[in-house]
Design a protein around this ligand. Sequence first.
Ligand code: PLP
Ligand code: COI
Length: 354
Amino acid sequence: MEIKVHLTDHPKQKTPDAELGFGKVFTDHMFTMDWDKQHGWHDAQIIPFGNISLSPACNVFHYSQETFEGLKAYRTADGHIQLFRPEENFKRLNNSNARLAMPTLDVDFCVKALKQLVEIDKDWVPHSEGHSLYIRPFCIATEPNLGAHNTTMVKFIIILSPVGAYYASGLNPVNIYVEPRYVRAVRGGTGFAKTGGNYAASMLAQEEAGAQGFSQVLWLDGVEQKYIEEVGAMNVFFVLGDEVVTPELRGSILPGITRKSVIELLKHWGYKVSERRITVDELMEAYKEGKFTEMFGSGTAAVISPVGLLRYKDFDMKLTDGKIGELSQKLYDELTAIQWGKKPDPFGWVVPVC
Ligand code: PLP
Ligand code: COI
């Protein structure tokens, strides 16, 4: 399919990297494409970034039929721009779309469209250490119809946002508590899909955590409320003696691409990595025995985010003396070196743009 290109006549002033924060500044262009039952995907175009006009009756506004992705473009020291595992994101978008009863996309076409968009806005990819271009592809159900049935119209959009660190604390450890009351997802539901409803359902818990000085909550499973799941925007890893444990994928947590990369890296280095069920009780026991020594989250926005304090009810697990743990640092250094092209990429994860 041909991609029509209409460039802006009014390029925006760029925000200095130090003032970017996360997800508040957008580049000059965006990619859009429409789908309807009759024509399939059509009208692929790169157009100036701007507001879109939709009927207030669109399904997405009423029934949350929406999916999204998050990935990044990085500027290398010699000025090239590269993506990290973009085809994984579009494959996951397709899994999310399938669960949300929306049409899937051609992964190769999406990667091609994304490369073209990023190349057009390449001057927006930040230059500073730790900064990158966050990419947000998303699909919304756009049929104007209040009937609660599947949509016949979908819009796919990619927007780009130059960003710094996701957490204001940067690489400093974050404090997290295990959510004792609310749950995020259940197996058979939409937990494995990247869909807005999962995040809407998490906002209240996150707000309550914030009011108590915690960055995010760690979710427990939705049935027994004893197995560890994930954090609001990250998968989680625990160092327990000589084992690195991460909750296994059972349908209720997001199959993170950073998670997958961390597992591959750890195996490559010869660590014992287990994807298995793990209870909060097991964590507390391991902590009491001195075996639970480190915890970190993994995610595109959060990269590798060390956890300094994990609280469950009134039990505090203090980790790594408020400093970044050894393994978190090692993983952060290796992953970001590959992403920013400072080290060779033995895994074939990096995709050059220009
Ligand atoms: N879990 C949730 C709920 C997320 O929102 C994210 C972020 O995308 C992740 C995990 C990490 O996924 P990834 O590493 O693909 O960014
Ligand atoms: C990402 O890491 O890409 C995410 O989608 C997390 C989001 C909540 C910022």
